[in-house]
Design a protein around this ligand. Structure first.
Ligand code: BYC
Ligand code: FE
Ligand code: FE
Length: 472
């Protein structure tokens, strides 16, 4: 299905056939642009940025790269192609045809899921608003802006669903998505991680590695939804998500590489005097971003999640590849719980552990990238391993919210935590140091800040010294 770019709102949903919906979205559009100007990237809005724009939703649709001013980016409504005669793959409605409309009894709950998903997208743009001013290169600046415009597009995806299927309540929720603000005391974003700051580029790369990856797993679960327009929206969003995680993985990898180079060059672990970010600091950032992202999966035991599943609203990762009965009424699943002064495995009813099952898939995926970072370290002959902290570490949601745990999962006292946590989480001093490396933007084509290695290759086959953002 090709995308119609001749309309005010590019789309592949035949928007012009539904004049009421078209008009409603066209009246939301200027509010979106106001939000983008107010809360999107600070500065840089009049520069030409080498961005990709989807021209169709099949694999070849991504081949379109060109210079665009960000406010002129063609945000629109793109759903993956419909699957013919799609049926519901799990829960009470398994085997029935997928829904093209929202069943009345699930309206409130489905709207809430869509709003929660939609809320994260503008939140992340707000969190990343000031990073342009300290970019390590034009290549990285372009990647930041690519991520930002696509998160804006993800907001459009959810707003389309709200407008098209939820009537007046949906329109009100769409307006509210532009009113909440990341970190605002009075009108914060919904989920905790999206109210944290992303103050520097190490945080940005960690965020796109760990937090965008929550996006991947949540979107994959929603892509299984019985509500077909949601499933198709999320399917296409996942193709955009892959680039965000690539930015995170390669960004952290390049910082690790530069750290190793400086360690070898100066024969010391203490590379701060040479303007590198030491591996111990990188580990503390990993600990922070991994733990707050783990919280995004909700409680281990969740009747909400069980209901979403039974109702057919939100499935598991790769639902159709699983070989159980897709109802889970009799199955068990092992999760970790606090048992006295230890963290111990316990069997629970599988249906209640859907959140934890997704978190397990997520953690496994997180580990793969950490392994690749460790290969970089090993290749430099350095004896150090980055590790993911235990899932009980530094949690504020779920079974471990009320205890303190060391990164290895040992339960410790509050006093031990107070004494040790500066070794485990970024300190004020770490953050000040990282920020001190990132005082000025590096905007000369082909130049890279000293604390990060250049990428292995450029974007879309372009060289690494390409003018990814035009300042002239
Ligand atoms: N912060 O049964 P529970 C992305 C609340 S990221 C604050 O444990 P449930 C992106 C919960 O709402 C993907 N509150 O959890 C990435 C509930 O409240 P009520 C975002 C939280 O409901 C980077 C209570 O605690 N998408 O796309 O099973 C850049 C107990 O709930 C949190 C989605 O999240 C938290 N961390 O699951 C850009 C998908 N966790 O009912 C974008 C949609 C839980 O007591 N959302 N609570 O008032 C969902 O599927 C679910 O809402 C959650 C929570 C998985 C988040
Ligand atoms: Fe997104
Ligand atoms: Fe993303």
């Amino acid at each position: 299905m090709s995308i119609n770019y001749n309309e005010l709102i590019p789309n592949n949903v035949d928007l012009s056939d539904n004049r009421r919906l078209q008009r409603a979205l066209e009246s939301w559009q200027p509010h979106y642009l106001d939000w983008w100007r107010e809360m999107g990237p600070d500065g840089f809005q009049n520069l030409d940025v080498y961005l990709r724009t989807a021209i169709s939703v099949d694999a070849k649709g991504w081949a379109n790269f060109g210079y665009v001013r960000m406010p002129d980016y063609r945000w629109g409504i793109f759903l993956a192609n419909p699957e013919k005669d799609r049926t519901i793959n799990f829960g009470d409605h398994m085997g029935e045809p997928a829904w093209q409309e929202v069943p009345g009894e699930y309206r409130g709950i489905l709207r809430r899921l869509i709003v929660t998903q939609g809320d994260t997208e503008p939140a992340s743009v707000e969190q990343q608003r000031y990073l342009g001013a300290t970019c390590p290169s034009l290549y990285d600046l372009r990647n930041l802006f690519q991520v930002n415009v696509e998160e804006g597009r993800h907001l459009w995806a959810m707003v389309y669903l709200l407008h098209a299927f939820f009537g007046r309540d949906g329109r009100e929720e769409a307006d509210a998505l532009l009113e909440r603000r990341s970190g605002d005391a009075d009108k914060p974003r919904i989920l905790l991680a999206f109210n944290e700051k992303t103050p520097d580029w190490l945080s940005f790369f960690m965020f796109t590695y760990f937090t965008d990856r929550d996006g991947k797993y949540q979107l994959a679960s929603l892509a299984e939804s019985a509500f077909d327009p949601l499933a198709r929206s999320c399917r296409f969003m996942l193709t955009e998500e892959a680039h965000h995680m690539f930015v995170g993985e390669t960004g952290v990898g390049r910082i690790v590489q530069r750290a190793c180079e400086l360690m070898n060059e100066h024969d010391t672990d203490d590379i701060r005097p040479y303007g590198g970010i030491d591996l111990a600091t990188i580990q503390r950032y990993v600990n922070f971003h991994f733990s707050v992202s783990c919280d995004l999966f909700g409680s281990e035991m969740s009747t909400n999640a069980a209901n979403y599943y039974t109702m057919g609203l939100k499935g598991r990762y790769n639902e159709t590849k699983k070989t159980d009965d897709h109802k889970l009424t009799h199955d068990q699943y092992t999760i970790l719980e606090v048992d006295g002064d230890q963290v111990a495995p316990k069997q629970e009813a599988a249906l209640l552990t859907i959140n934890e099952q997704l978190r397990d898939d997520y953690i496994e995926d997180c580990q793969r990238g950490v392994d690749r970072w460790n290969k970089i370290i090993k290749r430099h002959g350095i004896d150090f391993e980055l590790t993911l902290p235990h899932r009980a570490f530094h949690r504020t949601i779920g079974a471990f919210a009320d205890i303190k745990a060391a990164p290895d999962g040992t339960i410790i006292s509050q006093a031990q935590w107070d004494e040790q946590h500066h070794n485990w989480l970024p300190t004020e001093e770490d953050r000040r140091f990282v920020a001190s490396l990132m005082q000025k933007p590096v905007i000369e084509p082909g130049k890279y800040a000293n604390w990060i290695a250049p990428p292995a290759r450029g974007i879309n086959g372009q060289p690494i010294d390409f003018e990814y953002v035009k300042f002239s």
